[in-house]
Write a protein that binds this ligand. Structure first.
Ligand SMILES: Cc1cc2nc3c(=O)[nH]c(=O)nc-3n(C[C@H](O)[C@H](O)[C@H](O)COP(=O)(O)OP(=O)(O)OC[C@H]3O[C@@H](n4cnc5c(N)ncnc54)[C@H](O)[C@@H]3O)c2cc1C
Length: 505
């Protein structure tokens, strides 16, 4: 073979989100030498900005919390939401989730708790209060020097700040806990600032990677496997255009400098098949003055209208379902969230970009007017259309029944606060501009139930695995429940490692 490697490990993991670190930790724990290769100077990717809800059903965490969940109920729910497509992967996912959580919690660094957060669809198998779990917060001191490797929350990271002295929560807690567990194995190495853009082969087998690090090429050998868990291509405008991904690269929530798809393209160059390349985990974004978007979720009041001033859906759907409705018609981007003075000028949603109402008004992220007609004019909508829409909506609020979209009907919408239908009739009125954001593309490499990357003819590329947004999600055009993106990344990374450990092909 005569390969000249700069370094060589049993397993090379590309990317450092929660899927990557789950795979890295489980491989290292099983005695393999493992390197995590990360493009930016921090680990965690978009997972570190996330709420870290993890849709990992039927595990010991739900059992500890006394939640009546099971693998069978989760299977029923997934089938009801997704249909029979990808049934084998649905099954592989729900069947593996309990063991993945048990394996991770064997290390005292990793601890999860149940959270109440309803599943997104009213379908058989849904359980009251939902089944997602979250990582327990962790104090910065527990991480020692590793702390500065973990990407801080978006609000600090985007302005160049490190972590605050407060405990790491949510996505930061998840990444911190997995990183700590990985480091404690003593068999793990993390290389940051290393952009993988090539897969090295021997015959048809992947035996390593090549990457750019500080203006120089490095080659790292993989004695057993390369696991690509390097996010999607949401920040690559050209690739988005090529594959028809709606929205814009600038509106994606991925951290700056991440996720432009080099590992995906490297696998495609070897003949790997792809699927769902136009898809993403959509989200509603507040249009920011610098052209980016800020994540918004959980409307608890107000209404959303399109560019004609018309409502088009139940605003209390999950953010992904609402955004998918936005994507369905170009007249819906931008949309406008309308609200009134009863919230003191605050946009009535559970997750809103930071800033006092005056700051948003000054920045132009939302506008204010004394009448609905003036508000309509300020956003370029016909005043009579907007006024008629709001008056109709207010009648629904008064009666408690949304005759157009049934907004009051579902448990998910009610979870953010009741009543779900709150009138908009107290001036001044406000309109916030919404765009189609995303939490990552979800099309990518076709994998099998063991995470192996497949060619178009269905054969596996030996030595190559993928998970998370580098792979095509088995959930297709759906986002079944809180925590699906990260949970599926973690489980398929774990299945990949299981395949590597059990069957060295
Ligand atoms: C505000 C917000 C809240 C969210 N809440 C949730 C939630 O509660 N639950 C949930 O499941 N999902 C949530 N998401 C979505 C979720 O965070 C992402 O979809 C998921 O983390 C993607 O995982 P990934 O491993 O594929 O990519 P990432 O987590 O983005 O990790 C990819 C990593 O790979 C690195 N990389 C990319 N290219 C290369 C390369 N060429 N070489 C080396 N490294 C590379 C990147 O720099 C990055 O660090 C949320 C997202 C946001 C923004």
């Amino acid at each position: 073979m005569g390969q000249q490697w700069d370094e060589e490990y049993d397993v090379v993991v590309v990317g450092s989100g929660a899927g990557a670190l789950t795979g890295a930790h489980l491989a290292a724990r099983a005695g393999r030498s493992v390197v995590v290769v990360e493009k930016t100077d921090r680990v965690g990717g978009m997972a570190s900005y996330s709420g870290a809800a993890l849709w990992l059903p039927g595990t010991q965490v739900q059992e500890r919390a006394g939640v009546g969940d099971s693998t069978e109920a989760a299977r029923t729910y997934l089938r009801a939401v997704l249909g029979p497509a990808e049934a084998a992967k649905q099954d592989a996912f729900v069947e593996a989730a309990p063991a993945v959580v048990a394996a991770l919690e064997e290390d005292p660094a990793v601890e999860f708790a149940h959270q109440v957060f309803p599943d997104y669809f009213d379908r058989p198998g849904r359980i009251p209060g939902g089944r997602s779990i979250i990582p327990v917060d962790i104090a910065p001191a527990e991480l020692g020097e590793l702390l500065h490797l973990v990407r801080p929350p978006a609000s600090r990271d985007r302005v160049g700040l490190d972590h605050s002295p407060e405990p790491l929560t949510r996505g930061r807690a998840l990444i911190a806990r997995l990183l700590l567990a990985f480091a404690r194995t003593g068999r793990g190495v993390v290389h940051t600032g290393t952009c993988v853009d090539e897969l090295v082969t021997d015959g048809d087998r992947v035996i390593g990677i090549a990457a750019e690090r500080g203006g120089r090429r490095v080659r790292i050998g993989a004695r057993q496997a390369v696991l690509l868990a390097a996010g999607g291509f949401e920040h690559d405008a050209g690739m988005r255009d090529e594959h028809g991904v709606a929205g814009e690269a600038a509106w994606s929530m991925a951290p700056d400098g991440t996720n432009t798809g080099e590992p995906l393209r490297a696998a495609m160059a070897l003949g790997a098949a792809t699927d769902l390349m136009h898809e993403a985990w959509w989200g509603t974004g507040l249009a920011m003055p610098d052209g980016t978007a800020g994540f918004i979720a959980g409307f608890a009041g107000g209404l959303v209208v399109d560019g004609r001033g018309h409502r088009y859906t139940n605003e209390s759907l999950s953010y992904e379902r609402l955004a998918r409705e936005m994507a369905a018609d170009p007249v819906r981007t931008p949309s406008y969230a309308l609200f009134d003075h009863r919230t003191g000028g605050h946009l009535p949603a559970v997750v809103v970009p930071a800033g006092r109402p005056e700051e948003h008004l000054a920045a132009g992220t939302w506008t204010k007017a004394d009448t609905l007609a003036e508000l309509a004019e300020s956003i370029g909508v016909a005043p009579e259309e907007l006024t008629a829409t709001v008056e109709r909506y207010n009648r629904f609020a008064e009666s408690g029944t949304d005759e157009d979209f049934g907004r009051e009907a579902d448990e998910y919408g009610r979870w953010f606060g009741e009543p779900v239908l709150v009138p908009v009739d107290r001036p001044p009125y406000y309109a916030a501009k919404l765009v189609l954001a995303d939490l990552g593309t979800k099309g990518g490499l076709v994998i099998d139930v063991a995470g192996r990357v497949l060619r178009a003819d269905g054969t596996a590329i030996p030595g190559l695995y993928a998970a998370g947004n580098t792979s095509a999600s088995f959930t297709g055009a759906f986002y079944p429940g809180p925590g699906t993106p990260i949970a599926t990344a973690m489980v398929f990374a774990a299945l990949a490692v299981q395949d590597v450990l059990g069957a060295y092909r």
